[in-house]
Design a protein around this ligand. Structure first.
Ligand SMILES: *[C@@H]1O[C@H](CO)[C@@H](O)[C@H](O)[C@H]1NC(C)=O
Ligand SMILES: *[C@@H]1O[C@H](CO)[C@@H](O)[C@H](O)[C@H]1NC(C)=O
Ligand SMILES: *[C@@H]1O[C@H](CO)[C@@H](O)[C@H](O)[C@H]1NC(C)=O
Ligand SMILES: *[C@@H]1O[C@H](CO)[C@@H](O)[C@H](O)[C@H]1NC(C)=O
Ligand SMILES: *[C@@H]1O[C@H](CO)[C@@H](O)[C@H](O)[C@H]1NC(C)=O
Ligand SMILES: *[C@@H]1O[C@H](CO)[C@@H](O)[C@H](O)[C@H]1NC(C)=O
Length: 394
């Protein structure tokens, strides 16, 4: 693809979409009987690793990265190819290699040391590992939900959809980056004093968190919020030296690592100043504890909570404020809610939630993994996904 302008890929994707809208099987009736995962939408299981928080930050990731070195190098090469397509002659990557290593020391502890350790263990240049870590803050579109069953048990689940606009492969009808990410998906158990502190599904090489559980206490996922009130200006400001907000996925990591209850997590997620807007989807460990926190950079704009008495037995978030209509080209919310409503509170379970997250277009070409969490059992399970054609690009 070297030499092909990125806009070409974007255009190709938009054309596919425009025609997709009118061809029926891109959306489908709510699926059933998908669990346990099998068949063409299930690409594989996710391997477990342990990260020991008692080790110095620079050594925590060594074992995992040593194992995933090849996949990480391939991913980085793909990013370079895309960057070359966008700005030919390797100038963009030159800049990344020269400028971003300087940025690592501006990042808070322990993230700065962990990123350096990952660069050492993988042999990938430091600037490119920094890029990889920034990158997820920017291109993630997702579906997350927290539901309460009729016994008060909480289920938290998500599809992680990643790679929007990053190279549409016309021949394979797939997103280049989304495909390269699938081999990097790992489950991690973070331990301290030999005890599990939290568990997460993550991409190898990434030190922030998008999906995690603190067993028996709370569950947390983060979704991108595309918004005009701040956008990515905070990230640019950070690079330029104004550093008073927190990286979103560093906050989720700190909360999973150090908050001990739903209320403490909720407070930190709604009150910490951020670099960019975000949605935090948080589940607790008892009836009524589930919410979507809609964040601007400085404040929490809204906290939308489960309220079973009012008939709200679940909250579900994609990438649009819940009080507004989703973009008509990207409505995963209506189909997901339709299936939730059809399932009913009496029948909600890990199994039926997996069915809902397997229904197109909730499942789409960007979907990298599906995670299912049950706080009362301390359980997190994840599955790598595929969306066989015909399937919506997002
Ligand atoms: C396209 O699909 C083929 C077969 O599934 C695979 O071997 C190839 O690596 C894919 N190409 C890309 C760029 O993902
Ligand atoms: C952790 O547990 C394992 C087995 O349960 C034990 O062999 C090891 O010594 C323990 N390590 C520490 C630091 O307690
Ligand atoms: C969690 O708290 C410990 C102790 O205060 C601190 O050393 C560590 O850096 C914190 N973790 C994160 C990810 O912020
Ligand atoms: C819920 O979390 C709180 C705070 O961590 C804890 O004290 C309580 O025991 C937990 N309840 C259950 C049922 O796990
Ligand atoms: C699902 O049910 C909720 C609560 O009754 C309702 O507000 C929402 O409009 C329904 N959505 C769909 C897509 O059926
Ligand atoms: C949902 O649950 C009700 C009883 O709670 C049962 O009668 C019904 O068959 C269930 N529906 C499905 C699709 O499992």
């Amino acid at each position: 693809m070297t030499g092909t302008p990125l806009c070409y890929f974007v255009l190709a994707a938009i054309i596919s979409i425009a025609s997709a809208q009118y061809v029926p099987p891109y959306t489908e009736e709510c699926r059933s009987g998908m669990y346990p995962p099998q068949g063409p939408t299930f690409k594989g299981a996710v391997t477990w690793y342990t990260v020991d928080l008692d080790l110095p930050p620079s050594q925590r990731w060594t074992a995992l990265i040593t194992d995933k070195k090849t996949e990480l190098a391939e991913m980085v090469q793909t990013i370079k190819d895309l960057a070359d397509a966008f700005v030919p002659s390797g100038k963009l990557i030159d800049l990344v290699d020269k400028a971003l290593p300087l940025m690592v020391d501006t990042l808070p502890h322990p993230f700065n040391e962990e990123i350096k350790g990952i660069a050492t263990a993988s042999g990938v240049p430091l600037g490119e590992v920094v890029l990889f870590n920034i990158f997820y803050e920017v291109f993630t579109v997702c579906t997350s939900l927290v539901a309460e069953d009729s016994t008060g048990n909480l289920i938290h689940a998500r599809n992680l959809d990643f790679g929007l606009f990053l190279g549409w492969d016309m021949k394979n009808k797939s997103w280049v980056i989304s495909e390269k990410l699938k081999p990097l998906v790992v489950n991690i158990e973070f331990v301290r004093n030999n005890h599990t502190v939290f568990k997460s599904t993550n991409f190898a090489g990434y030190v922030g968190m998008l999906t995690g559980i603190r067993p028996h206490a709370f569950t947390l996922t983060m979704n991108e919020r595309f918004s005009l009130d701040g956008g990515y200006i905070g990230i640019v400001e950070w690079i330029l030296g104004k550093r008073d907000g927190m990286w979103m996925s560093f906050l989720t990591r700190s909360v999973l690592e150090n908050a001990t209850s739903y209320d403490e997590a909720k407070k930190l997620l709604s009150q910490t100043k951020l670099l960019a807007p975000a949605y935090f989807i948080l589940g607790g460990n008892q009836s009524g504890q589930g919410c979507v926190i809609t964040r601007s950079r400085v404040l929490s704009l809204d906290i939308w909570e489960i309220d079973v008495k009012q008939g709200r037995w679940y909250v579900l978030e994609t990438n649009y404020d819940h009080w507004k209509e989703p973009l008509f080209l990207d409505d995963r919310r209506t189909p997901a809610m339709k299936c939730m409503n059809q399932t009913t509170q009496n029948n909600i379970s890990i199994k039926t939630v997996y069915d809902i997250l397997s229904t197109k277009p909730v499942l789409n070409k960007l979907t990298t993994y599906t995670t299912l969490m049950e706080v009362s059992k301390g359980k997190l399970e994840s599955y790598i996904r595929d969306c066989p054609n015909p399937c919506m690009p997002w």
